[in-house]
Ligand binder design. Structure first.
Ligand SMILES: [Zn+2]
Length: 224
């Protein structure tokens, strides 16, 4: 399959560039099997088959951030950031060295047999650490996140805060700059910086979830 994009937008340019780098990195062991986009806010996807081992490799771009993942036949997932600390930062679709790094690390993981597949849905939590600072028994197991690597991790964290902490454990929101869970409107982030502070109902310890939707980065940690 060939990548054919009529438009000349910045997103289309990034997408073509991503595809070129993938093909240059992997050579004829990689075959494009599907793609979509670019759509608004620099969202697109490129899907490949890695022929020697029958893995599916997807390169996704969401609001200008790119991620790469491999999937085996059982649907299990591998992301380079699971084993390469140098992959743990934001990768931008319009930065050539970012694309090259993801493609190269993916190839290295495969070629050197370093790849570890995890069931889908768990990989995103690889960097979650547990904090035990001032918390009481009730809130000491709150799953904090040092740095959101991709926008989806923020989404998952907010879902965890609402479903597990607020609905099940009775934590409550004491501050925030939009209603919690309503950070997107018509497909757009409501603000450049979005934050919420919640409180443990037992000991009063506060936790803050903050994200920079414009440049990336953010965390969910104890304190304000
Ligand atoms: Zn507590």
């Amino acid at each position: 399959m060939e990548l054919i994009l009529q438009e000349e937008s910045t997103s289309a340019k990034s997408m073509k560039n991503c595809h070129r780098i993938m093909m240059e990195t992997f050579g004829d062991e990689l075959k494009l099997i599907g793609y979509w986009g670019p759509v608004q806010m620099n969202v697109f996807n490129l899907e490949y088959r890695y022929l020697p081992l029958d893995y599916k490799i997807s390169l996704d771009c969401e609001r200008g951030f790119i991620t790469i993942q491999a999937q085996n036949k059982d649907g299990e997932i591998f992301w380079p950031l699971m084993i390469f600390p140098e992959a743990r930062y934001y990768h931008f679709a319009d930065v050539e060295k970012d694309i090259l790094q993801l493609a190269t690390l993916m190839r290295k993981a495969i070629k050197e047999d370093l790849i570890i597949f995890e069931p889908s849905g768990t990989a995103a939590y690889a960097n979650i650490s547990q904090k035990t600072k001032n918390e009481c028994d009730y809130c000491s197991d709150v799953k904090t996140v040092e740095n959101f690597l991709i926008p989806r991790e923020y989404e998952q964290c907010i879902e965890y805060i609402i479903k597990d902490l607020i609905e099940k454990k009775g934590f409550f929101v004491i501050e925030g700059n939009c209603p919690i869970g309503e950070h997107m409107k018509d497909g757009f982030w409501v603000k450049d910086i979005i934050y919420h502070t919640i409180k443990c109902p037992e000991c009063g310890q506060v936790f803050t979830c903050i994200v920079n939707t414009y440049r990336g980065g953010g965390s969910f940690e104890s304190g304000t």
